[in-house]
Design a protein around this ligand. Structure first.
Ligand SMILES: *[C@@H]1O[C@H](CO)[C@@H](O)[C@H](O)[C@H]1NC(C)=O
Ligand SMILES: *[C@@H]1O[C@H](CO)[C@@H](O)[C@H](O)[C@H]1NC(C)=O
Length: 341
């Protein structure tokens, strides 16, 4: 990767103004000191790693990352050696042809027994990335049961390890190597991926700007020695807003920055993760955001008939889907809207 654009060709095509490098131009590489922003839509004008050592990047210099050649565009591609990955999470990336300059990152997380490819296919985020220019990262669980680790101390603690750290390392790698915008990193998933989204938003508030969890449970609801918590899944783990909020704050003690926006969706007839978890998520994320559990706005039949949207100020939103099971229809476009994409 480091040498990807060292000595990149200048083919004499029309140059953009100095603010952006033209198509085919060099915008990175070892020792490069020129412009680092490429015009949209030109895969050859991919910034090299030498351009991304700015102080604002949270990545450590010990995670250089490697890709077999360059990252192919508009192709689901596995990346490896992307930094600390103690549990061996596998990661696929989708970089659209029309990559936006300083692009956002959406982390799309599969359900239990799902795969990166299944989530890619089911959500349509690849073609949405083609339209909007963001990057998608699809992690895939290393666990034999196909579910994510959302229970261990490591995964529930900032920078402590578990599946959480592997995913965050892939995000940090992408910020550096694809010159993504560290302020526009988002997480979403369904089922086990929704639980994982809650965990990432709780443990890495500095990395994610927003999350959207479709049929999940609160941060640390599965906490304990076994991978599955029947107490939580059956809706019998009930805490106060302060207790749920305190558990999130304990994941990253001393963090005083802005908290991510959080959205969660849940069917009232969810037979896998009881609907009580919707109310527990309301308590948790309103407390973390410092707002009341009383909605500030309610929208009936949003976005589908019988579903109800509850706003808790601008940064917390719950959508309750009447009569819907765990197999709730995933709303890719609206979730991107929540992310501002
Ligand atoms: C990165 O995202 C932030 C937050 O939306 C925005 O203010 C900033 O301009 C973006 N940076 C670039 C270089 O586009
Ligand atoms: C939420 O947590 C804070 C601590 O930051 C606490 O002071 C507050 O009372 C809690 N709010 C509610 C509604 O429980």
């Amino acid at each position: 990767m480091k040498n990807l654009l060292a000595g990149a060709l200048l083919l004499g095509l029309a140059r953009a103004a100095s603010a952006q490098v033209a198509a085919w131009g060099q915008c990175g590489g070892q020792g490069w000191t020129g412009e680092t922003t490429c015009i949209p839509g030109w895969s050859q004008c991919l910034p090299g790693s030498a351009t991304t050592t700015s102080a604002s990047s949270p990545i450590s210099s010990t995670s250089p990352g490697t890709i077999s050649a360059s990252i192919p565009r508009a192709t689901l591609t596995e990346i490896t050696n992307f930094g600390s990955n103690p549990t061996g999470v596998r990661v696929w990336i989708y970089v659209p042809q029309n990559l936006a300059p300083n692009p956002p990152i959406v982390v799309g997380i599969h359900w239990c027994t799902g795969t990166a490819n299944a989530f890619y296919t089911a959500t349509g985020y690849g073609s949405l990335a083609d339209q909007k220019g963001f990057i998608v990262i699809y992690p895939q669980t290393p666990n034999s049961d196909g579910c994510w680790d959302v229970h261990s101390t490591e995964t529930l603690t900032h920078n402590a390890g578990g599946d959480s750290l592997g995913i965050v390392s892939a995000v940090r790698w992408t910020i550096t190597n694809v010159n993504a915008n560290a302020s526009k990193v988002f997480a979403t998933g369904s089922g086990s991926g929704a639980m994982r989204t809650n965990v990432l938003i709780g443990a890495y508030p500095d990395v994610f700007a927003a999350g959207s969890a479709v049929a999940g449970v609160p941060f640390a609801c599965f906490e304990g020695t076994s991978r599955w918590s029947s107490e939580c899944s059956t809706g019998n783990l009930i805490k106060t807003p302060q207790e749920w909020g305190d558990r999130v704050r304990a994941a990253y003690p001393g963090y005083t920055g802005v908290r991510p926006k959080m959205q969660f969706w849940h069917g009232t007839a969810d037979e896998i993760l009881n609907y009580n978890n919707f109310g527990e998520e309301v308590k948790q994320w309103t407390n973390v955001s410092g707002v009341s559990t009383t909605p500030t706005n309610t929208v009936a039949n949003y976005p589908l008939s019988g579903w109800t949207r509850y706003d808790y100020g601008p940064n917390v939103m719950g959508i309750s889907a009447a009569g819907v099971t765990h197999d709730i229809a995933y709303q890719s476009n609206l979730i991107l809207g929540w992310f501002g994409l």
